[in-house]
Design a protein around this ligand. Structure first.
Ligand SMILES: [Zn+2]
Length: 320
């Protein structure tokens, strides 16, 4: 359905959660994210056909960031619309271009020095979300303008935090934006609205800057990939304030936990301590590895905590 002039939003299930797909349609057809492997065939192409637009004529695919559920359908798009450019921020382009690389460098990053690897069935599930490797054709920096029609400029925003190269697409004429996973509230909801996964931001400093940047846009319509459509400045400001509050609370929880005990702790132990305070997130609590490693890295870089390897596992403790 069209949720703002030229901005279309489609809903599909993603396990017990929801994934929203977005398109800007004017003289040109711009697809934002390609979902998982089968999303183009099952969701995107039928929708374009229902509007009388030939999916073979997709002009541009903007991949918001390197995550399996956001670019997994690139192969299907390439097959159907070989002339469509696939674009992404240069900082995420490597991961988006090759599933094997993102499997190792993003999804397996906690294995070597944190002793936390996804179980094999989860790895297989993640790998199967993505099709064959498709190179990113066009690397973005943020700040680019795309004309979807002569009077319809779209601006590319660099919104790092969840990944280093996360981008959002902003329509300044209508005050609407598709920001996918750039702000993740206090967690990701299932279809009933229960929080079932922590907010998986990684780079804490840039995440805070991104939240401020989005607040300053004073949006009327905000489209994210895993949350219901948001309308109106007040609701959007509340969501962003809650997003910022979680990150503040997470940092405080990690820091005060280490300060109180004064002993060396691994990421796994820190997650176990923090989960009841920040969640609890049940089966998904290990996903706290992403944000908490971000906070631990920042705190260590600031000299507020110390970092060392014990038996090949990274540990942190309060810096006296
Ligand atoms: Zn994501």
């Amino acid at each position: 359905m069209e949720v703002a002039p030229g901005l279309h939003r489609l809903e599909m299930p993603l396990g017990n959660r929801v994934l929203y797909q977005h398109l800007f349609i004017g003289d040109r057809v711009v697809v934002i994210d390609t979902g998982i492997r089968e999303t183009p065939e099952t969701v995107i192409f039928p929708y374009l056909e229902s509007l009388g637009r030939d999916p073979a004529h997709i002009d541009l695919v903007l991949i918001s960031h390197a995550d399996a559920d956001h670019f997994g359908g690139n192969e299907a798009i390439r097959r159907k619309a070989p002339g469509a450019w696939i674009a992404a921020h240069r900082l995420d382009a490597r991961w988006i271009s090759d599933p094997a690389v993102i499997m190792e460098e993003r999804y397996n990053q906690f294995s070597a020095t944190h002793g936390m690897a996804y179980p094999d069935p989860v790895k297989t599930f993640l790998r199967n979300m993505m099709g064959a490797p498709v190179p990113v054709d066009l690397q973005l920096e943020g700040g680019e303008t795309i004309l979807v029609a002569p009077d319809r400029p779209l601006r590319i925003l660099h919104l790092p935090g969840h990944t280093r190269g996360h981008i959002g697409i902003y329509d300044p004429v209508h005050g609407s934006a598709v920001l996918t996973d750039s702000a993740l509230w206090k967690g990701l909801p299932d279809r009933e609205g229960n929080i079932v996964m922590p907010p998986t931001y990684c780079h804490t400093e840039t995440y805070r800057t991104t939240i401020r940047q989005v607040m300053n846009l004073e949006l009327e319509t905000l489209c994210l990939s895993h949350y219901p459509l948001m309308r109106g400045k007040n609701d959007i400001a509340d969501f962003l304030a809650e997003t910022r509050r979680f990150a503040e609370q997470a940092e405080e929880t990690v820091f005060s936990g280490l300060k109180k005990t004064g002993v060396w702790k691994s990421l796994k132990e820190i997650i176990t301590d923090a989960d009841p305070v920040l969640g609890p997130f049940g089966d998904a609590k290990d996903e706290l590895a992403y944000p908490l490693l971000g906070h631990l890295t920042e705190l260590a870089d600031e000299g507020r905590i110390e970092r060392a390897l014990h038996d090949d596992i990274t540990h942190w403790r309060y810096a006296r």
